[in-house]
Design a protein around this ligand. Structure first.
Ligand SMILES: [Zn+2]
Length: 463
């Protein structure tokens, strides 16, 4: 039996027991947005450092910066200077569960059939744990890894990676590598692996409408003076088409993307289940595209909040002003300025009654990302996935925005960035009952075993 086959078998056998560790990590409830959980993140970071050391990695350490949740780093450089160094990135913080109704304890791993429920199971603990298991199998079976490996786990991804650039500046050696495997992404189905090559960006704007210096009696002044609330509703309605989709700044979608997007089995039933739609509610019509193409490649709008009078504050008055915050998803290949300009122009033109309309960009925009995943590292990834999943991964987009990816893309543009993960359409990341499919996890463990060997061969340096 070849080394890689022996290691793959050992890793496969370790999948079940690794779930005990997953349950332990989950139980820390490392919610990065909750100031009260700061100690839990620090505790988990120390546990991960110790576990990385135990599985045979060197220089396992916690990286600290003031006013930041820590990162965890470790490495194994025993493959020598002619072997490539692979960076594995993941994040150990999780989204909050406040206001969500879970069927199980969100901070305990609960198995039902093929799915493992718990906050962080798939986003992103299963993602990096699949590497721990693969590395451990290589080290226990052969005493070495086929390539040099660095592991970098972040504790602030779910709050937008506000300090990741500072960690890169303070600890460049923790990131220095020849290829990066960034594990926080999804697969089109539990049978079809995906490598992510495009992301939408994110832009938030506030639109405020004002009419008067004070609220006025709606009986005396209604039908005579304009109402900012109904005007705002009318302005917002201009942004969308009859289906409710953003009608502005749409992109031409090339045929290759459209064809790939149609390989993603997002049938109406899958969408209903994945988006938890009520009976009788239909997904939006395709209009010549596909659901995936709409999500990956077109800009979109969501209302985040409004200042319409809240329940309990009713009074018979025309309010003097109101506002709404909108989230806009920036299409790949589109800049935040292009999208902002289109939206601001539409909201500001021909405002009835001369009301004051101001459109402000809110801080924290994330760029979109469009990547060409070609070359030896991606051929290596294709072969690794084929060995584990029985088929090559398709190149997919993600409709969401992952700020760390744009940052890695900016800082390490010359390196191959392989974006994979253990999320699938039923995962429900960032919502109640988040889960990971055990088969997806097991296949990803096996793919990682092959990935190190394939990358070592594909990226070997002439010595
Ligand atoms: Zn994530």
């Amino acid at each position: 039996m070849s080394d890689v086959a022996k290691v793959a078998l050992s890793a496969e056998n370790a999948v079940e027991s690794s779930l005990v560790r997953l349950g332990r990590y989950l139980s820390f409830a490392p919610i990065s947005s909750d100031p009260a959980a700061k100690g839990k993140l620090a505790e988990l970071a120390a546990v991960l450092r110790d576990d990385l050391a135990k599985l045979g990695l060197q220089r396992a350490r916690v990286l600290d910066l003031p006013d930041a949740h820590p990162c965890v780093a470790a490495e194994w450089m025993g493959a020598g200077p002619n072997a490539p160094t692979i960076l594995v990135y993941g994040h150990f913080d999780v989204q909050p569960v406040k206001g969500e109704t879970w069927d199980t304890d969100p901070h305990a791993l609960v198995r039902k059939g093929d799915r493992l429920y718990g906050r962080g199971s798939a986003d992103d603990m299963g993602g990096w744990l699949s590497h721990f298991v693969a590395m451990e199998a290589w080290l226990s079976q052969t005493g070495k890894l086929p390539c040099n490996v660095k592991v970098l786990l972040e504790g602030e991804e779910e709050i937008g990676s506000p300090n990741l650039a500072k960690f890169m500046d303070a600890h460049p050696d923790a990131f220095e590598s020849d290829a990066m495997v960034l594990t926080d992404c999804e697969n089109p189905s539990v049978d079809i692996p995906g490598l992510t090559v495009s992301l939408r960006g994110l832009l938030e704007v506030e639109v405020a409408v004002a009419s008067a210096k004070s609220d006025v009696h709606s009986g005396l002044w209604g039908n005579i003076v304009p109402d900012p609330a109904t005007t705002l509703i009318a302005l917002l309605a201009r942004l969308v088409d009859a289906d409710g989709r953003l009608a502005l700044a749409r992109r031409e979608i090339d045929q290759a993307w459209l064809a790939t997007s149609r390989d993603v089995p997002l049938t109406p039933d899958v969408i209903r289940a994945g988006a938890r739609l009520l009976d009788g509610v239909s997904p939006l019509p395709d209009r010549g595209l596909s659901p995936a193409a709409w999500a990956w490649r077109q800009p979109a709008v969501t209302v985040l909040s409004t200042t319409f009078p809240a329940p309990g504050s009713e009074k018979n008055a025309i309010r003097r002003s109101c506002s709404a915050k909108l989230s806009l998803r920036i299409a790949p290949g589109q800049t935040s300025k292009q999208l902002y300009d289109a939206v601001a122009a539409e909201l500001s033109r021909d405002v009835p009654g001369g009301l004051t309309v101001s459109v402000t960009e809110l801080p924290g925009a994330a760029s979109s990302w469009d990547y060409v995943a070609k070359g030896p590292a991606f051929d290596a990834a294709d072969r690794a996935y084929e060995a584990a999943w029985g088929r090559r991964p398709i190149r997919i987009g993600i409709g969401g925005s992952i700020p760390f990816v744009a940052l890695f893309g900016e800082r390490f543009s010359r390196l191959p960035l392989v974006l994979n993960g253990v999320i699938d359409p039923e995962t429900g990341a960032h919502g109640p009952n988040e889960s990971m499919h055990v088969g997806v996890y097991a296949k990803t463990v096996k793919a990682n075993v092959h990935l190190y060997a394939e990358l070592a061969r594909a990226l070997v340096k002439s010595g």
